[in-house]
Ligand binder design. Structure first.
Ligand SMILES: Cc1cc2nc3c(=O)[nH]c(=O)nc-3n(C[C@H](O)[C@H](O)[C@H](O)COP(=O)(O)OP(=O)(O)OC[C@H]3O[C@@H](n4cnc5c(N)ncnc54)[C@H](O)[C@@H]3O)c2cc1C
Length: 399
C-alpha cells in the first residue's frame, strides 16, 4: 500500500491518520478536507467557544507531538470515489490516486425548509457557524432554539448564561428524549427551567417569521414566540452524497462491518458518517459522538492494514464488538454522561446520588440486563457502570 487517502479532515480523519502512523504505515498519506481549517474540536462550539471563554486557537486538535508527515488538501471537497481507478476525484477537478481510502466526512446540520431566505437563522456544526452565531447573539435579546437534542440544549444553556431570554422548543415530550428517554429527559427540562430557559415540549415549529430577518416562530399549537435569533438544532445527516456511484453501500450513513470495513476492498469508514454493524444489536448503527469518532478509527485502520475485505453486514465472529456508544454534554452547570442505548420499556433505577440533588447515576435495564447508564455530575460511579456495560457487551458477544 503506497498511498492512503483520508477524506474528511476533522476528528475521525485525524484519528485515522494518527492510527495509520501508530500502526506502522509509512507510505504516502493524503488528508482531504472541504473546510479551510486545520482539524478543530467541535464540542466547545456550543459551550465555551460560544460563551466567549475559549478562542479559536484553543480548538486545535493537532498537538506538537503529531508527526503525520501528511499531504493536506484543505478547502477542497472530494466529489467522487472511483474504486476501480483507485482514485478520489476532487471538486476542483484534481484526482488523488490512492490504494486505500478512509471515509471520514462526518455529518451536516439539518436545516428547516423555508428559512434559507432569512438572516438570523442559524445551525451549528462548523467553526464558521459558531463565529456567525456568536456574533449574532452578541446583539440579541431573545433566542429561540428549535430542537432540544444535546446541541440545541447546550446552546440554550450557554445563551441563557450570557443573559439572553431563551425559549427551547421540542416536539418530543422532553429534551434529549431520543438519547436518554423521556423520563430522564424531564430531569434535563427541570435543569433548563431552573436556569431560566423557557422549555416548550410537545410542540413543533410551523414557521419562522420575518421578511428579511427572523423575528419569531409560530409553533404547531398556534402560539407565537418572538426572537431576534433562531437556532435550528434538529439533528444532522451524514455527508455521503459524494460516494454515489462508488459501490460503497449507503443507508443512514456508510454501511460497514463491525470493524469499519465497507463492502469495497480497501475502503473503510469512521466517525459520524459511518454506520458500523453492531453485533450486540444485530443492526447497523450510526453514532454521532466524539468518543466514537476518536477511538473507532484505530479499529478500522487495523482492518485496512490487515487487508480485511469484509462485506457490509457481516458480523465478523472474531471481531470485538464496538464499545457501547458514549457521550457527554455540559449544560446548566452540570455534566451529563450517557453510555449504551435505551429503548421504550427500559426500567430505570437511580443507583447512586439523588434526583433532588441533581447529582446521580441511573441505570437502564431490559429485563435484568443493564443496557445503558446516565450520570449527572457523578463521574466516578458513572465510569464504573460504563466499564461494566462494556464488559457485559463483550461477554454477550462471546461465542
Ligand atoms: C456544536 C457541537 C457540539 C458537540 N458536542 C459534543 C459533546 O459535548 N459530546 C460528544 O460526545 N460529542 C459532541 N459533538 C459531536 C462530535 O463533535 C462529533 O461526533 C465529531 O465531530 C465527529 O467527528 P467526524 O470527524 O466524524 O465528523 P465531523 O466533525 O463532522 O468532520 C467531518 C469533516 O469532513 C468534511 N467533509 C464533509 N464532506 C466532505 C467531502 N466531500 N470532502 C472533504 N471533506 C468533507 C466536513 O466539512 C468536516 O470538516 C458535538 C458536535 C457539535 C457540532
Amino acid at each position: 500500500m503506497r498511498t492512503v487517502a483520508v477524506v474528511g479532515a476533522s476528528l475521525a480523519g485525524l484519528s485515522a491518520a494518527r492510527a495509520l502512523r501508530d500502526q506502522g504505515y509509512d507510505g504516502r498519506l493524503v488528508l482531504i478536507g472541504d473546510e479551510p481549517h486545520r482539524p478543530y474540536d467541535r464540542p466547545p462550539l456550543s459551550k465555551e467557544f460560544l460563551a466567549g471563554r475559549m478562542d479559536e486557537a484553543d480548538l486545535a486538535l493537532e498537538t506538537e507531538t503529531d508527526d503525520l508527515d501528511a499531504t493536506w488538501i484543505l478547502g477542497t471537497a472530494a466529489a467522487a470515489l472511483d474504486p476501480g481507478e483507485r482514485a478520489v476525484r476532487l471538486g476542483d477537478g484534481r484526482t488523488v490516486r490512492t490504494d486505500a481510502v478512509v471515509i471520514a466526512t462526518g455529518a451536516a446540520a439539518r436545516t428547516l425548509p423555508g428559512t434559507e431566505r432569512l438572516s438570523g437563522v442559524h445551525t451549528l456544526r462548523t467553526l464558521d457557524d459558531a463565529r456567525a452565531l456568536r456574533a449574532d447573539l452578541a446583539g440579541a435579546e431573545r433566542l429561540v432554539v428549535v430542537g432540544a437534542g444535546f446541541i440545541g440544549a447546550e446552546i440554550a444553556s450557554t445563551a441563557r448564561a450570557l443573559g439572553l431570554h431563551v425559549t427551547l422548543v421540542e416536539p418530543a415530550p422532553a429534551p434529549l428524549a431520543a438519547a436518554i428517554g423521556a423520563e430522564m429527559g424531564a430531569v434535563v427540562a427541570g435543569l433548563q427551567a431552573g436556569q431560566g430557559v423557557e422549555v416548550l415540549c410537545g410542540t413543533g415549529v410551523r414557521e419562522v417569521t420575518g421578511t428579511t430577518r427572523a423575528d419569531g416562530v409560530i409553533l404547531t399549537d398556534g402560539r407565537r414566540v418572538p426572537a431576534d435569533v433562531v437556532v435550528v438544532g434538529i439533528g444532522a445527516r451524514p455527508n455521503v452524497a459524494w460516494l454515489a456511484g462508488s459501490g460503497v453501500e449507503i443507508a443512514d450513513g456508510v454501511l460497514c462491518d463491525a470493524t469499519g470495513a465497507t463492502g469495497v476492498p480497501g475502503v473503510v469508514a469512521v466517525g459520524d458518517c459511518a454506520a458500523w454493524f453492531d453485533p450486540a444489536g444485530g443492526a447497523h448503527r450510526r453514532v454521532e459522538h466524539w468518543t466514537g469518532a476518536a477511538r473507532r478509527p484505530a479499529v478500522a485502520v487495523r482492518a485496512l492494514l490487515a487487508g480485511a475485505s469484509a462485506t457490509s453486514g457481516s458480523s465478523g465472529s472474531d471481531v470485538r464488538p464496538p464499545e457501547p456508544p458514549y457521550f457527554w454534554s455540559d449544560q446548566c452547570g452540570v455534566r451529563i454522561q450517557f453510555a449504551g442505548r435505551t429503548g421504550p420499556g427500559d426500567e430505570i433505577t437511580v443507583e447512586e446520588g439523588s434526583l433532588a440533588d441533581r447529582s446521580f447515576v441511573a441505570v437502564y435495564r431490559r429485563g435484568d440486563r443493564p443496557v445503558a447508564v446516565l450520570g449527572i455530575d457523578l463521574p466516578r460511579p458513572f465510569t464504573r457502570w460504563r466499564k461494566r456495560l462494556a464488559a457485559e457487551a463483550l461477554q454477550s458477544a462471546a461465542p
